[in-house]
Design a protein around this ligand. Structure first.
Ligand SMILES: [Zn+2]
Length: 258
């Protein structure tokens, strides 16, 4: 599942391909967009910005129109040189933006919508997001405020996954962040100090940035999906168990995460 680092990296590649470039064509091959007339509505408009917030991605066109995307579990962004073979089946393409040199393709979704720029900033799904773990300056105060407003009986790992507390961290980086910080993901928020909560976020941020550099592919997890194997720090056995209302599997080492 794409997490914040994947989207951050995709935004950077899409930005390089589209901003300041002449858009040759825009297509929406999927039937669900047949009546939306995006090709006509976006025709002749340049892309002036591409940005991400957590797992949301925005392609901003001149004239106050923004494409908003969220890939959820199965979607994918591809940026290809013209003529290169796409990494996924063309039958799954929802959006294709072409320039002289590149094809930018969103495969699957499920969220792809065209909205005004201002709505993209105030839409409730976006406005309620917590501070972005990959923002140039992470807003520690806002993160701690939201964390303390949350249910303090909640486990730290579960709380870090909630995009209203901090956005961009998914299941992989939740597990890795708790591990690097030496914190038990099951510890209740009431028993986690502000300093410890910040340690988990600061632990994960450089790893996510490095992963984004590698297009979201450079990931060598220390505990994620390594249950039953030895912990790289203490040699204990890594465990796995579902956590929170969504029962997302968390991975941790009981030997060195307290
Ligand atoms: Zn360990």
């Amino acid at each position: 599942m794409p997490e914040g680092d994947t989207i951050y990296g995709a935004a950077r590649r899409i930005r390089a391909a589209l901003v300041g470039k002449e858009i040759a064509s825009i297509e929406t091959p999927h039937a669900r967009f047949a009546r939306d007339r995006w090709p006509e509505r976006l025709s002749g408009r340049a892309v002036h910005a591409v940005d991400s917030r957590g797992k949301h991605l925005f392609i901003r066109f001149d004239g106050d129109l923004t494409l908003h995307s969220h890939l959820r579990m199965s979607g994918w962004w591809g940026v290809y040189e013209r003529g290169r073979r796409w990494g996924r089946s063309p039958s799954r393409a929802w959006l294709v933006i072409r320039t002289d040199r590149h094809e930018v393709v969103q495969f699957g979704g499920p969220v792809l919508e065209l909205m005004t720029d201002s709505r993209s900033r105030f839409d409730h799904r976006i406005a309620r997001l917590g501070p972005d773990v990959l923002a140039e300056e992470f807003d520690e105060a806002a993160f701690l405020r939201r964390l303390r407003e949350d249910d303090q009986s909640r486990g730290l790992g579960d709380a870090l996954l909630d995009q209203r507390n901090v956005c961009g961290i998914g299941n992989l980086w939740k597990a890795e962040g708790c591990f690097v910080a030496g914190l038990d993901p099951w510890r209740r928020l009431a028993e986690v100090s502000d300093e410890e909560a910040l340690t988990a976020v600061h632990a994960v941020r450089p790893l996510m940035l490095r992963s984004a550099e590698g297009g979201g592919h450079v990931r060598e997890p220390m505990v994620f999906e390594r249950h039953g194997r030895p912990c790289p720090r203490c040699g204990g056995t890594i465990r796995a168990r579902g956590q929170g209302d969504d029962n997302r599997t968390t991975y941790w080492c009981p030997g060195c995460q307290a």
